[in-house]
Design a protein around this ligand. Structure first.
Ligand SMILES: NC(=O)c1ccc[n+]([C@@H]2O[C@H](COP(=O)([O-])OP(=O)(O)OC[C@H]3O[C@@H](n4cnc5c(N)ncnc54)[C@H](O)[C@@H]3O)[C@@H](O)[C@H]2O)c1
Length: 250
């Protein structure tokens, strides 16, 4: 079990379909101690049903600097140092996830960037003093950062910013022996993806383009996230690793 005695923060479990939940399960199976953060009380109720009694659940709404500060102060007080962090957070208003990208509003653009890209930097800053040497930070991206996927629109632009943030952070955090990377996951039916107009055809199309016609699962993504936060992945720095069963190849 390569995550034994490792304390990992998992941000973004909304329910048992969440990619973050796939990450949490894989990390737990490797012996990790988990610290979950949730957005609000509604998410806390879902999370409480899934988490084990020994897990710590902390509120962290990434639109609020104070909420981020408080969450990491609590983590430090309860656990001291940490060995990894999974950032599986994104949001855009539903109205921005359909039609023409040129119709995006200034406000909708800023909100998607704030929650889906800036939050990685804000969280990384708060977590920086807590990281042990050899720790790993992983975020979740999607191929819409590089290709114009129908209706993904403003979220694709936010994912491009997120992937760039990963490279800059990787250079900075490399100096404290923390490796930072992204997973570009294939399309999976989750709460977040259901905001994209026509998401059912997006998932159908994506599934049909995997090597075996079956979509990637949150468990498959979780296994790679568990590896990427671990010291085993210290040689992978600032990368975007596709975990989509080959969809990006064709
Ligand atoms: N589902 C897919 O097809 C897919 C593919 C590639 C990448 N991703 C990415 O994976 C990540 C996780 O999404 P998911 O698909 O598991 O969906 P999800 O809805 O289960 O998770 C999204 C999470 O973001 C959290 N969140 C949103 N706003 C927040 C805020 N202000 N503060 C704190 N948390 C906030 C939600 O509470 C939720 O837990 C996202 O970054 C998403 O873009 C998803």
């Amino acid at each position: 079990m390569y995550l034994e005695n490792k304390k990992i923060v998992v941000m973004g479990v909304a329910n048992n379909k969440s990619i973050a939940w796939g990450c949490a399960k894989a990390m737990k199976a490797q012996g990790a101690t988990l610290i979950y953060t949730y957005q609000n009380e509604r998410m806390e109720k879902q999370l409480a049903k899934l988490a084990s009694p020994e897990d710590l659940l902390i509120e962290c709404d990434v639109v609020s600097d104070e909420s981020i500060r408080r969450a990491f102060a609590t983590i430090e007080a309860r656990f001291g140092k940490i060995d990894g962090l999974v950032h599986a957070i994104a949001y855009s208003k539903k109205e921005e996830l359909s039609g023409n990208i040129s119709d995006v509003t200034r406000e909708g653009y800023a909100l998607a960037q704030d929650i889906s890209a800036y939050s990685l930097l804000a969280v990384a800053k708060a977590a920086k003093p807590l990281f042990n040497k050899g720790a790993g930070l992983v975020t979740l991206s999607y191929m819409g950062s590089e290709r114009a996927i129908p209706n993904y629109n403003v979220m694709g632009i936010a994912k491009a910013a997120l992937e760039s943030a990963v490279r800059y952070l990787a250079v900075e955090f490399g100096k404290i022996a923390v490796h930072v990377n992204a997973i570009s996951a294939g399309a999976i039916k989750t709460l977040a993806v259901s905001g994209v107009d026509g998401y059912k055809s997006l998932i159908k199309e994506s599934d049909s383009r995997t090597v075996d016609g079956e979509g990637v699962t949150i468990d498959e993504v979780g296994e790679i996230a568990a590896f990427l936060v671990s010291p085993l992945a210290s040689g992978i720095v600032g990368d975007v690793i596709y975990v989509d069963k080959g969809v990006h190849l064709t």
